[in-house]
Write a protein that binds this ligand. Sequence first.
Ligand code: NAI
Length: 702
Amino acid sequence: MTAEYKVHGDVAVITMNNPPVNGLGYDTRIGLTGGLEKAIADASVKAIVIAGAGRAFSGGADINEFGTPRALAEPNLHSVILVVENSPKPVVAAIHSIVMGGGLELALGCHYRIAAPGAKVALPEVKLGLLPGAGGTQRLPRVLGVETALNMIVSGEAVNSELLAQQPGQKLFDRMAASTESVLEEAIAFARTVADKRPLPLVRELPCKHPVGDAYFQFARNMVKGMARNLPAPAKCVDAVEASTQKKFDDGMATERELFINLMFTPESRALRHIFMAERATSKIPDVPADTPQREIKSVAVIGAGTMGGGISMNFLNAGIPVKILEMKQDALDRGVATMRKNYESQVKRGKLKAEKYEARMGLLSTTLDYNDLKNADLVIEAVFEEMGVKQKVFEKLDEVMKPGAILASNTSTLDVNKIASFTKRPQDVIGMHFFSPANVMKLLEVIRGAKTGKDVLATVMSLAKKIKKTAVVSGVCDGFIGNRMVEQYSRQAGFLVDEGATPQQVDKAIERFGFAMGPFRMGDLAGNDIGWAIRKRRAIEHPNMLYSRTADKLCELGRFGQKTGAGWYDYQAGKRDAIPSPLVEKMIEDHRKELGIAPRKISDEEIVQRLVFSLVNEGARILEDGIASRAGDIDMVYLTGYGFPLHRGGPMLYADQFGLFNVVQAMKRFQRNPRDDVKFWEPAPLLARLAAEGKTFNPTT
Ligand code: NAI
C-alpha cells in the first residue's frame, strides 16, 4: 500500500506511505489520484488532507524509477497536481520533516498548506542537472517572492520551514503547526474551518512580479555563470523563473516543461544522475547482503604517524571515535601529533572548526610506543613504510597482541593484501583500507577485499566508512587496486604524448580544459616525481616488457622531483606554486626524441584528451572483467572522488558510454598507428570490444 485512505468524520485523509521518504513513484501517484476521486465522490466528505507517513511528507521523485518508463507513466506528477487543483473540495497539505522536489510541487498544487516546524523545504533538482518539472519554477516564486524562490531553485539547498514562515508576505504556509506529531490533527481541524470557503485559492492565480525584473535577472545570470561552470541547469532555472514573471501561468508551465526536457537529455544531467545512483550503489556488495552482521567499532588504533597515519586518525576523531597512534620513536609521535594540531588549528583560524570542538577531538587522541597498549582496539590501521618486510613485522606483532575479533587493516597503496593477511593466523580479519592523501580531506576510501576477508569484516568497514563520511568503493586485490592501476596507464600515455611532440604544458592545459583539476605533469610535480620513479623501478623488474617513456626517469635523474625540490616538469619560484615552463626540460625532451629517432609532430588537444581518458577506460574495462570492481559506477566513483575527474562528465566509464563505445574503439584503432604505442596498449579490452560490437554500454542508462 503506497497511499492510505481514511475518513475522519467529514475530512478524508490520504497518507502517502512509500518508505523511506514517500517517493512519488507510480503506485503512490495512483494511490493519490484514487484517494482524491473517492473523496470527491463521497458526499459526506467536505475537505481532504494529504499527508505523509513516517519520516517525510514527501522527498519527491522515487529514485528506484529513475530512467524507467514508470517514472513518466500516467498519471505523472503533473497530472496528479491537476486533479488536486481541480478538486471541488479544498485540499490541505499536512507537511512535516521533508518536503522536497516533487513533494513540494504537490504541496504547491494544494489549496492550503500547514507545516510543522523543522521541515526541510527544497527543490533539489538542479543537483541532478535538472530543474523542477512539475510547476515548481512557476509556483514557488508566487508564494515566496522571486528572489527567495530563485535562490532555492538554483542552489537546490533545503531551508527550514519556520524560517520561510517568518518571511514577510509569504504565502507558502497558511499556518504553522505546533509540532511534527500534531500536524495531521491540526490539518484536519484546519480543513474543517475552510471546508465551505469558496472560491478555492490556487497558487497559479497569484500574481508574480519583480520590481526591477530585467536588472535582477541579468544579475542572477551573471551569478550562476560564475558558480556553475560546465553545468547548464542553473542558467535554465533562471530562465524558467523569469518566465513566471513574464508569462501567463500556463505559458510559463510550457516553458518550464520544454527547458526540463532539454536538460534531461544533456550529458551533464546524465552524468549527475549517474553519480547520484553510483554513489548509493557503491555500498551494495553482490554477495554481502545488507543484513550481514557487523562488528562494533568503538576504538581505533593507527600504526605510523606519518603523512597518512595522522590524516587517517583525524577522520575518526572527527567522528567522535577514540584513536591511539603507535610509532617506533617518541619524536616521530611528537611530529605526527604536531602536524595534526597544525591542521586543526588552521581550520579553527579559518572559522571552519570551533575551538572547543578542536580540543574535544584532540582529547580523544592518545599515543604509545608499546603494542600492548593497542590490544583492546576494535580496529587497527597500519600506515607504515611501503615495504613488505616492514608490513610483515607489524602484522606478525598485531596478530600476537590484538584481541580476538579485532579488524586488522592496511593502508598499503600497492602491496598484495593477501600476502599481508598471510602473515597472521586470522586472514579473515585482514582487509585493506586505502585512504587518499590528504586523508582527512579526500572523500575516497578504496576498501580492499582479500581472498579470505570475512563478509562481516567487509560489511563493518563499509558502514564505518559512512560514519567517517567517505565514499567507500570495494576493490579486489591487484597491483594498484582500481585507481592506481588505471592512473598508471594514464601516466604512460602522458609520457608517450610528450615523446611524440607535445609539451607538458600543452598536455596539462588540454586535460584541464576538459575539466580535470590538474594535468598529469602539474600533478606529478605536486605529489613528487620520485614516487612514480620508485614504482617504475619496481615494475621494470616485475614487467620487463612494459614500454614506457624514459623522460620522467631522466627528469628524476636531474633531481627534479617537483615542487618540493623547486623544480620538476616546471620551474617554481620560492614560496609560490605557479608552474613556469622550463627551457631545460624542453631541451631534455627534444634530446630524448632525437635519441628515439622521433620527428615531433603537432598533436591536437582533442587527441591528447582522448588518449588520456581512453587509457583509463580501457584499463577500467579490464578491471571490470577481472572482477576487481563489481560495477562500472564504482570505477567512476573512484575517479570522481579520488582523482579529480570532472563531475559534469560523470567519470571515465560514463564518459565512454556517452562518447559511444563504438567510437572509443575506433579512436583506439587510430592510436595504434602512433610511433610510441606498442599495439598492445591500444588493443581494446575484450569487454570493451564486446560491448562496442553489441551496441551496449558499461553503465545501465540513467
Ligand atoms: P610516511 O613515511 O609519511 O609515514 C610512515 C610512518 O610510519 C613514519 O612516521 C614511520 O616512523 C612509521 N613507521 C615505519 N615503520 C614503523 C613500524 N614498524 N612501527 C611503527 N611505525 C612505523 O609514509 P606515508 O606516506 O604516510 O605512507 C604510509 C602508508 O600509506 C604506505 O603504505 C603508503 O603506501 C600508503 N599510502 C600513502 C599515500 C600517500 O599519498 N602518501 C596514499 C595512500 C596510501
